[in-house]
Write a protein that binds this ligand. Structure first.
Ligand SMILES: Nc1nc2c(ncn2[C@@H]2O[C@H](COP(=O)(O)OP(=O)(O)O)[C@@H](O)[C@H]2O)c(=O)[nH]1
Ligand SMILES: [Mg+2]
Length: 118
């Protein structure tokens, strides 16, 4: 199972490092974890910070196109690159990444196709 964690970002240079560094490196039942940053026309160092923290997958919007379009383009990229599961999280460190392992469990158990953390 290949998991993509996608992070839509509009100018998240201050918080993106904490988000990336707290994404789990291993999850039982998942073979590969890839991180994808969707850069939605950022004018700050979002992309440089992501690269410095090991991100290798990017979707770039040359101008700001909004979160909905960013989310969709991220899912398209992830599926094209072999994703079995896509987790979306924010670049502002609003969500605790440590819960990603728990979040994907209903999918791994084939009990759900979509899981929402609240
Ligand atoms: N507000 C906003 N966020 C965007 C946009 N494009 C990408 N994002 C990213 O979408 C994520 C959610 O945005 P945020 O402002 O935190 O939304 P909220 O958590 O619903 O208040 C963040 O990682 C943003 O950087 C955009 O055009 N506007
Ligand atoms: Mg937010």
């Amino acid at each position: 199972m290949k998991l993509f964690v996608q992070i839509p970002c509009l100018n998240e240079e201050n918080t993106l490092a904490s988000v990336i560094d707290s994404i789990p490196k291993q999850i039982d039942g998942i073979d590969e974890i890839e991180i994808l940053v969707i850069n939605d026309g950022s004018t700050d160092r979002t992309v440089e910070v992501a690269k410095e923290h090991g991100v290798r997958h990017f979707v770039h919007h040359t101008t700001n196109m909004g979160l909905a379009r960013s989310f969709r383009d991220g899912v398209d990229y992830a599926l094209l690159h072999g994703a079995d599961i896509v987790v979306n999280t924010d670049g502002d460190n609003q969500y605790p990444q440590a819960h990603i392992a728990e979040l994907v469990q209903p999918i791994l158990r084939k009990e759900a196709e979509i899981v929402i953390g609240d």
